[in-house]
Ligand binder design. Structure first.
Ligand SMILES: [Ca+2]
Length: 219
């Protein structure tokens, strides 16, 4: 038994989704609190520091406004009934309260895992990680944090990986960067091998019977 990666996306094909104006393959979808401005969604490219690994990462951001958005993947096939968790590397950039870039904003990100074909961020079945936040202090700004969801046991054949980002106050820039999306399952190490035609089932039954006799409780 071991954790096995069943989905990984480091954005290394340089593709993502942006609702408007960019049109890219719909491997991710974005929804946002429409009482607030829509976020800008884009790809970051190294040597920009907002790339954790490889050449690209993903970002959702806005300037001079609060916002709240969720980005979710296309359905990811899984083995039902197995322990499952999702993770991603997160980086928050949020500063410029009152136009002063030495003052932090109030922005946080987290990773989620939805069981089945969920596209509503309010769905209570989404398992969320802890938040990674820049608030009150700039100490966490531009630091990468690996956030992992609680372990769940989906009975569905697919899950979606979610990333949420909230910016609670309007500051010069609020941005949620992420890289290395991952879904892992605790699997049995594959399916058992198929017996060949030469298997001697009578012999196997003898062995099993002997094992049972040897381990049978007495008294
Ligand atoms: Ca990457």
């Amino acid at each position: 038994m071991s954790w096995e990666t069943v989905y990984f996306n480091g954005f290394e094909d340089g593709q993502f989704i942006a609702p408007i104006p960019k049109k890219m393959p719909a491997r991710h979808s974005v929804v946002w609190d429409e009482s607030l401005p829509r976020p800008e969604m884009d790809i970051k490219q190294s040597p920009e520091p907002e790339v954790y690994e490889g050449k690209y990462s993903a970002v959702g951001f806005h300037v001079y406004t609060a916002f709240k958005w969720w980005c979710y993947t296309d359905p990811i096939p899984i083995t039902p009934g197995k322990l499952t968790q999702a993770s991603a590397l997160l980086m928050v950039v949020a500063h410029g309260l009152g136009g002063d870039n030495s003052k932090p904003g109030a922005c946080g990100m987290r990773v989620g895992l939805s069981r089945g074909d969920v596209t509503n961020p309010a769905d209570t079945s989404i398992a969320w990680s802890e938040w990674w936040v820049v608030r009150d202090t700039l100490v966490n700004e531009r630091g990468w944090a690996l956030k992992v969801t609680p372990e769940v046991t989906p009975q569905s054949t697919t899950v979606r990986l979610w990333v949420q980002c909230n910016a609670d106050v309007a500051v010069t820039i609020s941005a949620g960067h992420w890289d290395n999306e991952r879904v892992e399952q605790y699997l049995d190490g594959g399916t058992p091998p198929t017996p060949g035609a030469e298997v001697d089932y009578d012999r196997i039954r003898q062995i099993v019977r002997a094992e049972l006799d040897a381990t049978r409780l007495t008294g």
